[in-house]
Design a protein around this ligand. Structure first.
Ligand code: SF4
Length: 230
């Protein structure tokens, strides 16, 4: 049921394009066989919190803050019993910390009031939580529950998808997600997002030194659409 919904109303993809994308996936897998979520978490609610905190900041910065945060507030109930002001000191090093403290408190309160203190396992339910949009919901579903109903499109996935010719250059985030979902097998979506993010963080950066491509081997075939290719 979920699989049908997830793949309805997606762009039509030619066999040649799909085959090319599968070759790219294989090349990425060869280079990044251990690609994984780089946020530190021990259970679904910690991943949800870390992902909310990661908006517009780095996973490294979030990982520095969360050990003390999770020690002081070990459960959704502990977050709900606190106030945003109680949470703020633990995430002060992270951008937008006041808004994020409010979001964490509200999201954990909703978990307690409507979901029995458990992180819900559907997109629809996750989107009812404050601070959660599709990207965060996809991260939680894919990594905590191995449920692929969408494709995580962060800044790296957005940039790489366009440079590697997977999506139109003018596609918005929602369109990029649909193009990627249409080209890749559903059971690969979570892993594929990690591989693209690894490539974006380690090789194909937003502003490469000198403004030119690193000429990564992956791009022999796949970077032809890239304007930075040397
Ligand atoms: S050609 Fe270079 S800049 Fe372009 S996608 Fe490949 S590694 Fe990135």
């Amino acid at each position: 049921m979920q699989a049908k919904k997830a793949t309805s109303s997606l762009p039509r993809i030619t066999k040649a394009r799909r085959d090319r994308t599968l070759r790219l996936l294989a090349a990425l897998r060869e280079h990044y066989p251990d690609a994984h979520c780089e946020l530190t978490y021990r259970n679904p609610h910690e991943l949800l919190i870390a992902t909310i905190l990661s908006a517009q900041t780095t996973d490294v910065g979030v990982n520095k803050a969360t050990p003390a945060l999770f020690e002081r507030f070990p459960t959704p109930a502990a977050f709900a019993a606190a106030t945003p002001a109680d949470i703020e000191p633990f995430i002060k090093s992270i951008g937008l910390f006041r808004n994020k403290a409010k979001a964490l408190h509200a999201a954990m309160t909703t978990l307690m009031q409507h979901f029995g203190g458990q992180v819900p396992q559907t997109m629809h339910e996750l989107l009812t939580l404050r601070g959660v949009a599709r990207k965060t919901a996809n991260v939680v579903l894919g990594n905590a529950f191995k449920i692929n109903v969408g494709f995580v499109v962060d800044t790296h996935v957005d940039r790489l998808s366009k440079r590697l010719g997977l999506t139109p250059k003018d596609a918005n985030v929602a369109q990029v997600e649909k193009w990627l979902m249409a080209q890749l097998p559903q059971d690969t979506w979570c892993d594929a997002s990690h591989m693209l993010i690894f490539h974006g963080r380690r090789a194909c950066k937003a502003r490469p030194p000198g403004g030119t491509c690193c000429n990564h081997p992956i791009c022999g075939e796949f970077g032809r659409a890239c304007e930075l290719r040397a």
